[in-house]
Design a protein. Structure first.
Length: 366
């Protein structure tokens, strides 16, 4: 089977593809991976280390037909093509129709983001070609419900997950806090998210300014990179956050660093099902996140932490102040987060995907 992605950068869908490659049934499935954009290949070596052949199909533009020709060649030798991004999904559907009927692979698409987050032209192309899929999945019910009404009944929700043993074994709380210069009495609030508009970083920074003014022991750290880096750095300076809010950029050891947090926070305006939030739950971190998209399917307000409405930094700040000043509440939320994390194993997701592939191709176990 072939996994097809827009790129192999360190985003949620790409990280899940890496986990799928790592935990696949190697006896039953020959797995390969292709991606379109050559500038986004940070995970190539890691996927390759799992024994999965990786190829870059593209030039600089997603709609360059030359990469679709290369995709056609790749599709001729596989039984299933599983796409994880709208433009490659459309390309795979169209390309499959250029193959002889007996050579067409089964097509599976996973929707990782809510419908309105896509470009208008992308939504149109998706609508026109949607019916060519053999199976259509969504990472959360929020994503499924965001789709056009005529499509929702044809989409199955398949929650992904994280590598629980790997996440939990990466924990190194005392060393992380020592390296970050965080004292035992201080409360470290952290986030892991790309610096993109959908992640709501301006709301988070404004909330942090309020929290820092109200809670002297509060510290903040943000891990991630992206196109808003300059804008966020400028806002950070204008708010006078200084060393109380560290912008660390991209870190390969993000999960290890998360283990030093006292509270995990996300200010997203829309989400599919964020991997970083699942990792935070796996680590047993109390969370304060917006109710955007799949966040509200992972977190119940008052159990694992607090949910607030997106785009309301004052509410976000209020929830953070309340949790930062209540050790007892943080401990209770931490236990519930750990329990919720127990339900989010990537192994369950991988086996369900493989069962779907076998069903589509008519293969049986044994």
């Amino acid at each position: 089977m072939l996994t097809l992605l827009k790129g192999l950068s360190r985003g949620g869908a790409e990280s899940l593809a890496l986990l799928g490659a790592r935990h696949r049934d190697r006896e039953r499935f020959d797995h390969s991976l292709a991606y379109v954009h050559p500038a986004h290949g940070e995970l190539v070596d890691e996927v390759g280390a799992e024994g999965v052949p990786v190829s870059c199909l593209g030039g600089g533009r997603l709609w360059d037909v030359r990469w679709m020709w290369r995709l056609r060649q790749a599709m001729r030798s596989v039984d299933v093509v599983h796409t994880h991004s709208p433009v490659p999904s459309v390309a795979a559907r169209i390309t499959s129709r250029t193959l002889p009927l007996g050579e067409r692979p089964k097509l599976v698409t996973t929707e990782h983001n809510v419908w309105d987050s896509h470009h208008r032209f992308t939504r149109f192309a998706e609508k026109v070609t949607f019916g060519m899929d053999d199976a259509h999945l969504a990472v959360s019910d929020a994503v499924r419900r965001s789709l056009p009404p005529a499509r929702r009944s044809q989409v199955e929700v398949l929650v992904q997950g994280v590598d629980l043993p790997a996440v939990r074994s990466a924990a190194d709380r005392e060393r992380v806090r020592r390296d970050l210069g965080v004292a035992d009495h201080q409360v470290l609030v952290g986030t892991v998210a790309n610096l993109r508009r959908q992640k709501g970083y301006p709301d988070l920074l404004r909330a942090a300014a309020t929290v820092i003014g109200a809670v002297p022991a509060a510290r903040f750290v943000a891990i991630g990179q992206g196109p808003q880096e300059d804008e966020i750095a400028a806002l950070h300076r204008s708010l006078g956050l200084g060393e109380r809010f560290a912008l660390l950029g991209y870190r390969a050891d993000a999960v290890r660093l998360m283990s030093g947090f006292d509270i995990f926070c996300m200010a997203s305006h829309h989400e599919g099902l964020p991997v970083a939030l699942m990792e935070a739950l796996a680590l047993g971190l109390p969370v304060v996140v917006t109710s955007a998209g799949g966040n509200a399917e992972l977190v119940t307000d008052g159990d694992e932490g607090r949910l607030v409405e997106p785009g309301r930094p004052d509410d976000l700040a209020g929830a953070l102040v309340a949790l930062a000043t209540d050790d007892t509440a943080r401990k209770a939320h931490a236990q519930r987060s750990h329990d919720r994390g127990d339900t989010l194993s990537i192994l369950d997701s991988v086996r369900r995907h493989e069962a779907l592939y076998r069903e589509l191709t008519g293969r049986r176990d044994g």
